[in-house]
Write a protein that binds this ligand. Sequence first.
Ligand SMILES: Cc1cc2nc3c(=O)[nH]c(=O)nc-3n(C[C@H](O)[C@H](O)[C@H](O)COP(=O)(O)OP(=O)(O)OC[C@H]3O[C@@H](n4cnc5c(N)ncnc54)[C@H](O)[C@@H]3O)c2cc1C
Length: 289
Amino acid sequence: MHPFAYLAPTTVKEAVEVLNKYGDKARPLAGGTDLLVKARANVWDLDAVVDVKNIPELNKINFDSEGLTIGASVACCHIYENEQICDEYEGIVDAASIIGGIQIQSRAGLGGNLCNGAPSADGICPLIVNNAIAIIEGPNGKREVSVDDFCTGPSKTILENGELLVSIFLPKPKENFGSAYTRFIPRNEMDIAVAAVAASVKLSPDKNIIEDAKIALASVGPTPIVAEDAAKSLIGGTISDELINNAASLAKNAATPITDMRGTIEQRKDLVEVLTRRMITKSIERARG
Ligand SMILES: Cc1cc2nc3c(=O)[nH]c(=O)nc-3n(C[C@H](O)[C@H](O)[C@H](O)COP(=O)(O)OP(=O)(O)OC[C@H]3O[C@@H](n4cnc5c(N)ncnc54)[C@H](O)[C@@H]3O)c2cc1C
């Protein structure tokens, strides 16, 4: 590892300018809990680290009539300590409270989790099932990208050199909406998911029919996977074990895991089925209040 510049801009414009100037020789630093590990392992040849924690826009949590905006550098602890987020975005809170331990959660945020682009990331699938949008600014201006389309491969995202994730926007949940996230790890905490599932549902006014649904899978493919067929199979259906089991089996089919030291293909696919069943059930419970 060779010496690199530490830069701490205080505006988005300034951050974009320095990121653009250094190109692929610079990386933004939010909590640093992925970046520092990778920098020390010489994953990149860095000339500059651009600390984005001093930019006010990236550190804000803001609610308006449209929904919730979480700045890209907001640490997980500020997410699960926010009462309104706990009330309205339970699946997001599930994720923020299991990323690392308390020390990691006081630095690491969902922005860094998303930009790091790990297939096992705990934050990305809950964002997907909440229809989150990434707000990005770069040398060519502003753009918005659905989190569904953000990751393109292991540790690869749609971000171009010079681009900065400013915030993540989550639309206001509709009436009778619920979401949930869980992962399977062999230890009780502080481990990388062998498989993980996020689900969300929106129920009818009588809370017996699923009017909308979304399911996303982590750690079972090169990127987070949106299990579209599984979600579609729930829409319009009256809640029953059969409906949920069928969706869980379709989610299993959508998983494309590999065998590695953490688990086999068969184990991961089976886990997806079990976790999907549990997360749909939990989302329904939450939607029913
Ligand atoms: C002990 C330990 C335990 C962990 N446990 C978990 C876990 O249980 N689950 C899990 O998912 N992860 C875990 N991680 C990984 C890591 O903590 C998370 O991915 C975390 O959310 C990263 O957030 P960060 O703010 O620290 O990002 P950083 O490390 O600062 O950044 C991560 C990447 O995103 C880029 N980046 C950051 N901010 C921006 C931005 N605004 N715009 C563009 N690019 C940006 C950086 O350049 C870097 O490439 C763990 C890490 C450690 C060290």
